[in-house]
Design a protein around this ligand. Structure first.
Ligand code: NAG
Ligand code: NAG
Ligand code: NAG
Ligand code: NAG
Ligand code: CU
Length: 176
């Protein structure tokens, strides 16, 4: 009988629909990268934040700069927000056997000590050797602010070296 007008419309609709599906699938690939999102090339408000059902994220502190002197970790932490409870922060830095410029990781008790780089009541969580290899992993276990700082040179790395940041992990929403 050939194609009537309604048949043509139908074909058009099917064609457009399949194009939309293709675009949607392409976007999904772009967004979720088949499951492994690359934090190194992440944008500030990265799409990893869109999928809260993805499970805990592993985040390398400082990205490809790792944990080093004179890198603005406040800006880095802000750009990588939000963080979720059970996300894992990975601190990477060379051990003393590989560099004279050693680092460490401390947790500071509050905002005041954080602002002043006051290490007197800080708690060591990773010594100078623990950032080697795959790095030191710290799980953001609780819904509370975490204040991190390097403890080397009596606060100099924290102050002058900008080696400090804080995060406030959010509770994960298991729906979207
Ligand atoms: C992430 O991106 C960086 C920089 O483009 C690249 O060096 C690294 O290999 C990538 N990692 C993965 C897991 O794709
Ligand atoms: C989020 O990630 C999970 C696990 O990778 C996946 O099963 C789910 O379909 C994703 N959700 C969306 C909206 O893509
Ligand atoms: C750092 O901690 C590790 C693991 O607890 C320990 O084996 C190592 O001796 C410590 N290194 C220093 C320099 O304190
Ligand atoms: C990091 O950079 C921001 C924006 O330029 C600045 O306001 C902040 O003081 C810097 N942080 C440190 C510790 O210098
Ligand atoms: Cu340091």
């Amino acid at each position: 009988m050939g194609f009537g007008v309604s048949d043509r419309s139908l074909i058009l609709i099917v064609a457009v629909a399949s194009m939309l599906v293709t675009v949607t699938v392409a976007n999904r690939d772009w967004y979720y990268g088949g499951g492994g999102f690359n934090y190194t090339t992440n944008w500030p408000w990265g799409p990893r934040n869109l999928n809260n059902t993805n499970g805990p994220n592993k985040i390398i502190v400082g990205g490809s700069d790792h944990w080093r002197y004179d890198f603005n970790y406040s800006v880095w932490a802000f750009q990588n927000a939000p963080y979720y409870v059970n996300d894992v922060l990975v601190f990477k830095y060379d051990p003393p056997s590989r560099t004279p410029f050693v680092h460490s990781v401390y947790l500071l008790p509050n905002m005041r000590s954080y602002l002043n780089c006051d290490l007197s009541r800080a708690k060591l969580i990773a010594n100078t050797t623990q950032g080697g290899g795959e790095g030191f992993e710290f799980v953001l276990k609780r819904w509370k602010p975490y204040y991190f700082a390097c403890g080397e040179r009596n606060g100099l790395h924290c102050n002058q070296g900008k080696m400090k940041f804080f995060v406030m992990p959010m509770l994960r929403r298991w729906h979207y």
